[in-house]
Design a protein around this ligand. Sequence first.
Ligand code: FO1
Length: 319
Amino acid sequence: MEGHVLALAGGVGGARLARGLASVLDPERLTVAVNTGDDFEHLGLPVSPDLDTVMYTLAGRANEETGWGVAGETWSFMEALAELGGETWFRLGDKDLATHVERRRMLEVGQTLSQATAALSAALGIRHRIVPMSDAPVRTVVETDEGALAFQDYFVRRRCEPLVSGFRFDGIEAAGPSPGLAAALADKALQAVVICPSNPYVSVAPIVGMADVADFLDARNVPVVAVSPIVGGRAIKGPAAKMMAELGAETDALGIARHYGARIDGMVIDELDAALAPAIRGLGMAVRVAQTVMRSESDSRALAEETLAFAAELGADAR
Ligand code: FO1
């Protein structure tokens, strides 16, 4: 594989595979396009959780326990805010706070989210390209038995308890791909799209739901490979399996394969789910069985190599 690889990523799982891809691909060969549907304005600050998780992970500074924020974080700001009766349901660590304050400064002087992300990534010593899916606002709204909830209200404040019936991505019709994502899609040297093991309903859907990206996938001439975020019937992190159950989908890799359908050429599933391979192949897509749970840098690297080899095989077949 000598061409360019586009990775579509959301939170933790996406960030870990992005880290693996960054460890095997030179900076000019990888673009990581990140979900911004979880973004929101909080305490007057622009918070971009998935962009920050990917940035911190590629910078080797991510808090691996929580799956968000910075390792070795301190909480003086939160403690002081609590004393003043401020909102502390969404926890902003002191180091993480600096990211939001600096991002806000750049956006306030008219820089785009892409420009702010490039500056923050560079400051963190990241050489690979991390781009927001769009520079226009897209906001995921979760439709539940308690009404429509903004994503962070559902995910953090309500701890994913409400029953999910659907999703809305406010602003998606007007949102075009960011310059970095558009460039990757138009790159003649593009030779694979990797959908990282992120929640397909809320982390991947906003990215592939943008018209230009959906059109690209429908007319694609490069292999698109998705790594299942569900292993052994459970999401490694987050509410994907619970959402699938509430939406009536099978809560396993086959359910994920059905969800992506014709938009992907191949799926990487975990060894635990090898028995599902024939049924997934029956949907008309190729399957690669590998270790998809990433507990270390070497796990991330190995899965990245496996996924790229799989995409190369599919690319060769397609020619
Ligand atoms: N998730 C939580 O469950 N509780 C929090 O207090 C929390 C704070 C937080 C702050 C910054 C940030 O970038 C992410 C944060 N998250 C928190 C995770 C966030 O809700 C998720 O990372 C994504 O939105 C889902 O992938």
